[in-house]
Ligand binder design. Structure first.
Ligand code: F6P
Length: 308
C-alpha cells in the first residue's frame, strides 16, 4: 500500500496537484484527520509493509448523514477527488460517496486475499503468499526430520486463494479451502493414507482459516478423535499481513497509484484499477459487486497430483 501512496503523491506532484493523506480510512474522513502529503513525506516508504496512513473499520460510513457531512468537509477543503486503497467494503463506500455526492473516486485493490472481481492480483497477495511459503519451508524441515503430520493454517476468511497457491508452492500433501466443492475433511484421511502407503513419512496440509471444517485446530481435533492421528498445528496468522513487500507488489502498487491520479486528472470519476493477463485495467466501482473469483480448481487438483 505504501508503494501506491508514494506513486499517487509523486504523480500528483508531477502534475502540479496538492495531496492530502487521510489517516485511518473513512474514519479519518469522518473526523477530518487529514494532512498534506508531499513527495518528501513518501521517502523510504516503498519497502515498508502496512500503510503509513494507518487503517480502521468505520461502521459510521454506512450512515447517509455521516457521508453527507464528510462530502461537504471535502468540498469545503477544496478536495477534487479521492483515491481509496482497499477491498470490496472500501470500494463500496467510495462508489456510494461518488453516486450520492459527485466526488470523483478511484480504487486501488489492496487485500492479501486476492479475491476482488476483475483483477488477477491485489496488493499484498504476493507478499503474503511468499511469507506463507517461506514459513512452511521451515516447518517442512521439522515435518521431514520427525516424520510428522503438520496442519498449517493460512489466512483467508472467505477465500482460498492464499491456501491453494501456497499448497502448490510448498508442495503440500493436501489443501482445504472455503470454495472447495467437496468437503475437504472427508477426503483428507484417504488422501493422507494413500500418501503414507506410497512411502511418505511426513505430510503438510494447508488449511485456509475459512474452510468449512472450522480451521486447523478444529480439523486436528477431528483427526485425533476419528483416526487417532498425532500431528502439530501451526497458525501463521498475521505474519502474512506484514513485512517488506515483494517486488511484484511494489511494482503494481506504483503502477496503480500513478494511474489512479492520471485518470482522475483526465476526468474519470468512479473506477477501480486491476490487472488482467499482465495488463493494467480499469472498471467501474459499481462492478465491485460482481461475483468474486474462486481459486482456480485446476490448482487444487494439481496440488493433489503433485503430492504423490
Ligand atoms: O484482509 C482479509 C484478511 O486478511 C482475512 O483473510 C483475514 O481473515 C482477516 O483479514 C484478518 O483480519 P483481522 O486483522 O481483523 O483479524
Amino acid at each position: 500500500m505504501n508503494a501506491a501512496i508514494r506513486a499517487a503523491v509523486r504523480q500528483a506532484d508531477a502534475l502540479g496537484m496538492d495531496v492530502y493523506g487521510v489517516y485511518r480510512g473513512y474514519q479519518g474522513l469522518v473526523e477530518q484527520d487529514w494532512r498534506p502529503l508531499t513527495s518528501r513525506h513518501c521517502a523510504n516508504i516503498l519497502q515498508r509493509g502496512g500503510t503509513i496512513l494507518n487503517t480502521a473499520r468505520c461502521d459510521a460510513w454506512r450512515l447517509p448523514a455521516v457521508r453527507a457531512k464528510a462530502a461537504q468537509d471535502l468540498k469545503d477543503a477544496g478536495v477534487d477527488a479521492l483515491v481509496v486503497i482497499g477491498g470490496d467494503g472500501s470500494f463500496t463506500g467510495a462508489e456510494i460517496l461518488n453516486r450520492e455526492h459527485g466526488i470523483p473516486c478511484a480504487g486501488i485493490p489492496g487485500t492479501i486475499d486476492n479475491d476482488l472481481p476483475g483483477t488477477d492480483r491485489t496488493l499484498g497477495f504476493d507478499t503474503a503468499l511468499n511469507t506463507a511459503v517461506q514459513a512452511i519451508d521451515r516447518i517442512r524441515d521439522t515435518a521431514s526430520a520427525h516424520e510428522r503430520l503438520f496442519l498449517v493454517e493460512v489466512m483467508g476468511r472467505s477465500s482460498g486463494m492464499i491456501a491453494v497457491n501456497t499448497a502448490i508452492a510448498c508442495g503440500a500433501e493436501a489443501v482445504l479451502y472455503p470454495e472447495a466443492e467437496e468437503h475437504g475433511y472427508q477426503a483428507l484421511v484417504t488422501q493422507l493414507r494413500a500418501g503414507w502407503e506410497r512411502g511418505k513419512r511426513s505430510s503438510i496440509v494447508v488449511v485456509a482459516e475459512g474452510d468449512a471444517s472450522g480451521g486447523a485446530y478444529k480439523i486436528s481435533e477431528l483427526l485425533r478423535k476419528d483416526h487417532n492421528l498425532d500431528m502439530r498445528v501451526v497458525v501463521l496468522g498475521h505474519i502474512q499481513r506484514g513485512g517488506s513487500p515483494t517486488a511484484i507488489d511494489r511494482i503494481w502498487g506504483s503502477r496503480w497509484g500513478a494511474e489512479a491520479v492520471k485518470r482522475l486528472a483526465a476526468g474519470e470519476t468512479s473506477f477501480y484499477l486491476g490487472s488482467e493477463n499482465g495488463e493494467l485495467v480499469s472498471r467501474p466501482l459499481a462492478r465491485i459487486h460482481d461475483p468474486k473469483p474462486n481459486p482456480p480448481k485446476e490448482l487444487a487438483i494439481l496440488a493433489g497430483v503433485l503430492a504423490r
